[in-house]
Design a protein around this ligand. Sequence first.
Ligand SMILES: Nc1nc2c(ncn2[C@@H]2O[C@@H]3COP(=O)(O)O[C@H]4[C@@H](O)[C@H](n5cnc6c(=O)[nH]c(N)nc65)O[C@@H]4COP(=O)(O)O[C@H]3[C@H]2O)c(=O)[nH]1
Length: 867
Amino acid sequence: MRSFFLPSLRARLLLLVCLAVVPALALALSTASEQRRLATIEVQDNALRLARLAASSQEGLFEGAHQLLVTLSHLSEVRRGDAASCSRLFADLVKAYPLYVGFGVIQADGNIFCSSTPFPRPLTVADREYFQRAIQTRSLAVGEYQIGRVSGKPSVNFGYPIFDDAGEIRGVAVAALDLSRLSEMVKKAKLPSGAMLTMTDRNGIVLVRYPDSDKWIGQPAPESQNIQVILSQGGRGEASGPAGVPHLFGVTRLTGTGGEFYISVAVPKEEAFADADQILTRNLLWIGFAGLMALAAVRIGGDRLILREFDALEARYRALVEHIPAGTFLTTLDERTLYVSPQIERMFNIPASVWMSEPRYWIKQVDPVDQEQVVAELHRFLTDGEPFNSDYRMRTADGRLIWVHAEAVLVRDESGRPQCIQGIVLDITAHKREADLREHQALHDALTNLPNRVLLRDRLEQAILTRQRGEKPLALLIMDLNRFREVNDTLGHHHGDLLLKQVGSRLKEIVRMTDTVARLGGDEFAILLPGESAEGAVMASEKILKTLERPFSLEGQTVDVGASIGIALCPDHGSEADLLIQRADVAMYAAKESGNSHAVYASERDPHTTRRLALLSGLRQAIQKNQLFLLYQPKIDLRTSRPIGVEALVRWQHPDLGPVAPDQFIPLAEQTGLIKPLTLWVLEEALRQCRTWRDEGLEVRVAVNLSARNLQDPHLCEEVTWLLEAYDLPADLLELEITESFLMADPVRAMEILSELNGKGIHLAIDDFGIGYSSLGYLKRLPAAVIKIDKSFVKGLAEDKDDAMIVRSTIDLAHNLGRKVVAEGVESKEICEVLASLGCDAAQGYYFSRPIPPKDLSNWFKNLPNG
Ligand SMILES: Nc1nc2c(ncn2[C@@H]2O[C@@H]3COP(=O)(O)O[C@H]4[C@@H](O)[C@H](n5cnc6c(=O)[nH]c(N)nc65)O[C@@H]4COP(=O)(O)O[C@H]3[C@H]2O)c(=O)[nH]1
């Protein structure tokens, strides 16, 4: 990570400094260029001025030569044709005019007539251009560079025609200008340093050159080819000078001289630009110096003031990145790893160099099971720019499979273009394991490890959905154990837990793999049977009940528990999970109440159907608004034929539905909890009536029915006692009838409550005896004084031998246990007599009286034979 971006930062700072220097550099260069341009103009102007100055002085010289020759051409020595005197004159004249190397006269044929310099043999100059032109033009002609044939010196000759009196040309007077002397004159011109003044003839041959005149006279001037061009530019220009060195030129042409001469002043460009170049050099030095200073400042100061800060920042960032409990990474857009933090190296035991070794290396480590998902999510991330956020499995170097949580974002530049991918990776294996465990715990029962209600509901929903697609039936069984409470209360919770575990194991053993066994809480289990019809569900229930018949061994204690199973079917009883659970529950209670071990849901027994819900709300109001009333049916002693008490039987006059039989609303009240207020209402009403009768002098024991739910009410005994006290009645004037099958639903609890009630002196009777199959041992322990034989046995007493046998053995059994027997449903004298013959103590039934209102009962009592 170190120096990951600092070098580039430093380089960028240095680059900034360099960029800052560029404008200064450009300014210096453009200034220098301007200065050079101005210097060029100035130097060329100056050169031209000097050239013109030199030209005008040369023109004066040439004019002097012209005058001199005109004068000479008129001298008598010249005109007389005396060569000797002419030569002498010219010899003297040379001394007087040191600028000339010689004077002479040339005859019209070109032969030299006389000369300031003696010449031993005849010489001709007829070929000289100046001579020819002087004759042709009949005026002054100036020649080109030449080496004098008489003087042997370099010169430029002036020729002027000599006319005779007739105006004919007799010859040409000549003056040879000494070029070396001419150069001497030029020396006086004030030339700028390094400048060069040159005079050339029309052939570009140097006549005069300062400096180095001796070297150049008679030589072709290098710049001569450009002279015409420069002249065409107004006399200012640029050309290569001696040794090819570029020069700035000022050039002028000598006019009115009778010849063609050029004077130029040339300054080497180097000299011309010396000032500008010097300034440029100085400026460049300053800029360079300033740049170097800035670079040094950036390198030293930048490092100290800025980069050190960045370094510290980077170190802090690195410390943070490398110490957070997550690995961080940076990749290119084509997933080439640029950086992985040490956490990632440790997490996978794979060094950073391996991660970086090839593009998309990381994807190889993803578990093949998750690869497709990861690649798809990555594709979405890279195309849509949505943050990458995913959990998947990856393989470590040592082959372990770990769960990781990865998040990544695209890092963008200022214009929003993605530059690279940055992200974090967390090892969530432990977390995942915990979450799985938590999920398992949330969905399973801790004791049995079976699915709990939540998971059952979920699976049920799934099964319903699958069924809808496949049109397969589905059965839900809800089961609770019959004697679980007994085990719990007698052997303790530990044994209760063991029992539940064993029940769970047995249930799991006998169901199919596709079935679900769940514990709903307490001793309640559910079994989900997908694809099972009603017949199949009944068979499964029987199988379950059979497997539970085998005794359970709980740490040496052997217990028997039965169970009740309610069955609900999809779609017959509903297509919603909650409804099916509720209906299987209803069926289970129905099974319990009916004394059967299993029952399929039937809407008639369901308190939740529409009619039942309407009844339920009506019943609630009926209790509050006194729409209930009691009828009383007497019980007759079969030996004395005297009444021994009455049974209070509740009636409901529904405002819309008319009379509603207790068979319809008592189970409803039991299933919904309304039974408690209802029982209290009946108890109070019956005791109030008993009080009234007593006040009227009629001492009659009133029997009130209790239901199974009343036996689970811990306040029952207290409330009954309170009512007896409230109506100031002795406890033995109250009898409580409890149906045998209710007792068997929770025998331990029933025993407790009955003992408590009995302890208060209240009479107890077991109702509907014979259908609940109570064990003899249990019956023996019950504190009930009376056993009421169910009317279903009594009815068939005259014809059915089995019924007669049951009634007889019940009477015998009861008597052996010291209990009285009351027969219910006695409708005829014949049955009454059979019962009496069997030793039955008392009877109740239509034969004696139907259930009647209390005032009718008072009359009934009074009308008895022994009234
Ligand atoms: N066929 C026939 N029936 C006879 C004869 N003699 C009496 N009965 C009927 O037999 C039932 C006797 O009451 P049960 O067995 O306790 O059965 C009762 C009892 O379990 C329940 N019940 C009635 N009142 C109450 C109450 O106040 N509280 C509770 N918890 N249950 C009650 O409702 C059941 C039905 O009550 P009822 O309809 O009043 O029906 C009464 C009564 O009218 C007869 O000779 N032949």
